[in-house]
Design a protein around this ligand. Structure first.
Ligand SMILES: Nc1ncnc2c1ncn2[C@@H]1O[C@H](COP(=O)(O)OP(=O)(O)OP(=O)(O)O)[C@@H](O)[C@H]1O
Length: 642
């Protein structure tokens, strides 16, 4: 019995040890993973740095070259000043304060050398600061252009709809100035480090113990970095709060929101909430700053203690006759310079840290855009005309970053040339289905095919160019009217005949005629142009959606909600007619989303969506005959209108 007990104990101990080993292995794997992650981040930063230095060269070669030269000169001058002073003082001690030619011939070079170095330190430092500011502003402009181009080049809308992605995009867009300064901050940091090293070498020559003074700079920098990291973490954690605060404040100023805000009297409350958010974010920042300031003060206290000890050591040496008075003068000069270099190093590491955070988001955005472009490059062009139509087979979709499926088990076929109606209550998934059809998102599972080719294998930009659409949340482009319409087909934005034809197809002639200067009228109050009614804006949006004359897919997602039912009916009749006549040429599929059943009844085939899936489908006649949900809602609406 005892033996069995012993064995059990031993087995227990063995199991415990195995568990410990496994835990340690787990920790090791984690650490290796962390290290690999850090190396990746470092590689990303170096790539960004190289890109920024190249960008600086591209935006202004002369300023970049002069800036490099000045930085190097400014880095070595503090040491030169210290050396010159030591030279003069020691010479004076040895040879007395004799004047005349002999003294000048001995001291002249040292005085000129010192004066030049001091001049370089002051003038060069200032010139370098001005050059840097000019370069950073040019680079900022270029980086803003790059970031915006990246945001625009990513197909789909995931990066603009997901809160975590939006935070990254927001921080990258807001941080271009910090990023522009990144490269030069690294150069400044590196040259300040060279300066510190040179000062260290000179101090060590007087007494190796003085290296202790250089060592006290380490806590100053380390604590400074930690303080900065706290502040950055607070800033990053508050990105969403800051976005919300900006959004609420913008609502108070936005003329489109003004009616609702004024009538509801919600302005003061919105402003109060925005202010509360701002205060919350400021509180977090303040807390981080106070903690950081305390830590930094501790670092500087150590430095001051080290400096005091260093000076006491040299005074002792001088009094003991072990060092010349020139050494004391040099130590005092270098100590003052050391403090300046330390400030410079600290401020550049702070800027590097700040910009490093932006650099991470910037690298993410660039990678995201590059991956999207690379993957799009291998995809094929859409067919020039649809022959097989669009097929959905057991399609399901969950928005990235969420867990609840919004669409599931969607199976349908849209034959070439057909007009498809989509109906369903709010939130049924109609717009989401439209987003999948237009390639803005890929299905999470199932097949979505165009003429038998998965839509994911078709180049997104080419599919976007082969589609056109009008949406319920259309854009009010505050541009001259012809551009606000022509932007629907960018290559033909200035093609007046194409714009006029689109206006006619959308039945927007009366709206254009009502504008003072017709198609040349400036739209929108913000730029002193004509203000339009919501319905008039919508007519122009419909015209914009008609700019592409031979699309393969036309989506009309409640584009006429601001029009009266009669106008909507007439428009859809016209669209359906156009769709059927265009069908012969391109086999285009028209998808029409509407809450008005009389409009949807014009479609060749209707899908009734409920809870993210197809509840019923068929022609209007079939659905009415089936007497299901569609028939019920149709009858209810008809009774309400007539
Ligand atoms: N970007 C998004 N991220 C996460 N969920 C979303 C997103 N857009 C829509 N949803 C969710 O998907 C569901 C379907 O929304 P969708 O806009 O497709 O409905 P809809 O049928 O077009 O509604 P409506 O008739 O009101 O326009 C909703 O529950 C909505 O909350």
């Amino acid at each position: 019995m005892n033996r069995t007990g012993d064995l059990a104990d031993r087995l227990g101990i063995l199991a415990g040890r195995t568990g410990n080993v496994a835990k340690r292995l787990g920790t090791l794997v984690n650490r290796t993973g962390n290290l690999a992650g850090r190396l990746d981040t470092l590689a990303d930063r170096l790539r960004t740095l190289r890109h920024l230095l190249a960008l600086s060269w591209r935006v202004d070669r002369t300023a970049t070259a002069v800036n490099w030269l000045l930085r190097i000169l400014v880095a070595v001058t503090p040491t030169a000043v210290g050396l010159a002073q030591r030279w003069v003082v020691d010479d004076a001690r040895v040879n007395g304060t004799s004047s005349g030619l002999a003294a000048w011939s001995r001291l002249g070079p040292a005085v000129i050398f010192g004066a030049l170095a001091a001049m370089m330190l002051t003038i060069g430092g200032r010139m370098q600061g001005n050059l840097r500011a000019g370069l950073v502003s040019k680079m900022d402009l270029e980086l803003t252009r790059e970031v915006m181009a990246d945001v625009a080049s990513i197909p789909g809308v995931e990066h603009l709809e997901r809160a975590d992605y939006l935070n990254r995009v927001f921080l990258a867009v807001k941080g271009t100035n910090a990023l522009a300064g990144y490269a030069w901050s690294v150069v400044e940091g590196a040259t300040a480090l060279i300066s510190l090293t040179l000062s260290g070498v000179l101090l060590a020559q007087i007494d190796p113990l003085l290296l202790g003074l250089v060592a006290t700079t380490v806590p100053v920098l380390a604590f400074g970095n930690r303080a900065q990291a706290w502040s950055r973490a607070a800033h990053e954690a508050d990105a969403e709060i800051t976005r919300l605060e900006l959004h609420l404040h913008e609502l108070c100023l936005n003329p489109n929101a003004a009616k609702e805000v004024r009538i509801a009297g919600s302005g003061p409350e919105l402003s109060r909430r925005a202010t509360a958010l701002w205060e919350e974010a400021s509180r977090h920042q303040r807390r981080a700053h106070v903690r950081g300031a305390a830590l930094q003060a501790a670092g500087w206290t150590l430095y001051v203690a080290g400096l005091g000890a260093g000076i006491a050591l040299v005074v002792h040496r001088v009094l003991a006759g072990q060092a010349a008075i020139g050494a004391l003068v040099m130590v005092l000069t270098l100590a003052a310079q050391l403090r300046l270099q330390l400030f410079l190093l600290q401020s550049s590491t702070e800027r590097i840290g700040d910009a490093g955070q932006v650099a991470e988001h910037y690298a993410w955005l660039r990678d995201h855009a590059a991956t999207a472009t690379r993957s799009a490059a291998h995809r094929q062009a859409p067919p020039s005309r649809l022959t097989g139509g669009i097929t959905l087979d057991d399609v399901a979709f969950t928005y990235p970053g969420t867990t609840t499926p919004v669409l599931h088990s969607i199976t349908a076929h849209f034959p070439p040339g057909s007009v498809i109606g989509l109906v369903g209550v709010n939130g049924a998934g109609k717009t989401t289905l439209v987003k999948l059809l237009t390639g803005l998102y890929q299905p999470t599972s199932g097949r979505l095919e165009v003429d038998g080719t998965p839509l994911s294998a078709i180049a997104p930009k080419a599919w976007a160019s082969a589609s056109c659409g009008v949406f319920q949340d259309f854009v009010k482009f505050e541009l001259p009217a012809y551009q606000a319409i022509g932007v629907g087909d960018l290559p033909r934005i200035e093609d007046r005949a194409a714009v006029e034809a689109a206006v006619a197809r959308a039945g927007a002639e009366a709206t254009v005629a009502s504008l003072g200067d017709g198609l040349d009228s400036q739209l929108g109050k913000i730029f002193g142009g004509a203000e339009l009614s919501h319905g008039q804006w919508q007519r122009l949006a419909l015209a914009r959606g008609q700019m592409r004359t031979a699309p393969l897919l036309l989506v009309l997602d409640e584009p006429t909600a601001a029009l009266d039912p009669q106008a909507e009916h007439e428009l859809f009749e016209a669209f359906a007619r156009q769709a059927r006549s265009a069908a012969a040429a391109t086999g285009a599929v028209t998808v029409l989303v509407s809450h008005r059943f009389s409009t949807v009844s014009m479609a060749d085939h209707v899908l009734v969506l409920a809870d993210g899936t197809v509840l019923e489908s068929g022609t209007h006649a079939q659905l009415m005959a089936a007497g299901g949900r569609y028939a019920e809602l149709y009858a209810a609406q008809a009774a309400a209108y007539f």
